[in-house]
Ligand binder design. Structure first.
Ligand code: CP3
Length: 352
């Protein structure tokens, strides 16, 4: 497979954008900035558009998903859109009974815990991803030279929802399965990798210029378990988009010990949470890897002078890396004042 000739990376429409340049290790005059979970409840226009529409229904309505993708770009002037969807969308499209419960997250009709449960997981028919492709294509058409970031949940994070049956703090059942029944674990993570890989490819084929693999919960595993029981599956999820030459960002929370291994699965950029200063993260990566991050989401609620000083510190420390994409260290909290996000974008752009 090659990129379609009208793809924004192929035509050059987004190839020179600050985000794509930074992914490739370059320092554009103005550092790119976007926010994980920038589309969502912090925006009044989001709450209005979502009124009475279930989360998964919103994700599968191409017109609405495109509109929700564009809202934060219009409002904040960020340097990237991130496609409005969810990590469990391809799982649902495969036919697994999963709902997104407001205030909680994805909840499974029945958890996946045994070899039989895994064997019964339905194959994802790529044709089922048509609403995703249509939403991406529509948003990309409106974005001009602003790149759209496509994303997927990494196999470990997806599997932790499937095994636990819903959100969990430490993924105890998932990590027990990993060690108790490695064959079932491998089969489950391969299933998750194939679902994530197909979801990424559908977004790229429809015009995404960059992808981000979210391994949000992988900070709960040891480095040894990560390398032997998680990383090969993450590499499998990324193989298709890597073969197309699309830049890959790889992010997780609490992953200070895992950064080099997370880079090793095939990432161009490593996303860092708020716990580890970017200069130290860069040192752990040998000073050769572009970084994304890592404004502490907690400080979005702090008085502006406190937040402004923190943003300046993040920018300074980011200079240790070959390139820096400014972002939060995790997603935008739903009660964030959106004007604060707009102000951060202006402050970052003023540094150029
Ligand atoms: O703006 C964006 O970043 C794009 C949209 C996006 C959503 N989910 C929309 C969403 C992205 C990239 C995700 C990824 C996602 N979903 C992750 C990885 C990122 C992370 O935060 O670590 C995870 C772990 C999930 C699973 C999930 N989905 C959770 C934990 C929740 C929150 C539940 C809640 O209500 O607090 C969701 C639901 C969800 N996904 C919402 C949005 C905007 C909230 C739904 C709503 O508005 O009711």
């Amino acid at each position: 497979m090659t990129l379609p000739p009208d793809h924004p990376l192929a035509t050059g429409r987004t190839a020179g954008s600050p985000l794509v340049r930074a992914c490739r290790g370059d320092r554009p005059p103005v550092p790119p900035v976007w926010f994980m979970r920038q589309a969502g409840r912090s925006l009044p226009e989001y709450r209005a558009a979502r009124e009475g529409v279930e989360m998964l229904d919103a994700c599968l309505d191409p017109e609405l998903a495109s509109e929700l993708t564009l809202q934060p770009v219009r409002r904040h002037g960020v340097d990237a859109a991130v496609f409005f969807s969810d990590i469990v969308v391809p799982v649902a499209l495969a036919g697994v009974d999963v709902r997104i419960v407001p205030g909680r997250g994805p909840v499974l009709g029945s958890p996946v815990r045994t070899a039989d449960d895994v064997a019964r997981l339905p194959r994802l028919d790529p044709a089922a991803l048509a609403p995703v492709a249509a939403g991406v294509a529509r948003a990309v058409g409106a974005l001009g030279s602003t790149p759209l970031v496509g994303f997927a949940g990494a196999p470990y994070t997806l599997a932790s929802y499937l095994v636990e049956g819903g959100p969990s703090r430490d993924q105890l059942r998932a990590r027990a399965l990993m060690r108790t029944d490695p064959a079932t674990w491998d089969a489950l993570l391969d299933w998750c990798a194939d679902v994530a890989g197909a979801f990424l490819l559908a977004q790229v084929a429809a015009g995404a210029s960059v992808v981000q693999l979210f391994d949000s919960w992988v900070g709960s595993v040891s480095l040894d378990d990560y390398v032997t029981r998680v990383a090969p599956h993450s590499a499998r999820a990324l193989a298709g988009v890597r073969a197309l030459g699309v830049p890959v960002i790889h992010f997780g929370v609490g992953t200070g010990e895992l950064l080099a291994a997370m880079h090793g699965v095939g990432a161009d950029v490593v996303g860092v949470d708020w716990r580890l200063p970017l200069d130290e993260a860069s040192r752990r990566l040998g000073g050769t890897v572009p970084l994304q991050g890592n404004i502490d989401p907690a400080l979005l609620a702090a008085p502006w002078p406190v937040l402004a000083e923190h943003v300046a510190d993040v920018l300074r420390r980011g200079e240790a890396a070959p390139a820096h994409i400014v972002n939060l260290g995790h997603g935008v909290p739903p009660d964030t004042d959106p004007e604060v996000l707009t102000r951060i974008v202006a402050a970052v752009h003023a540094r150029g």
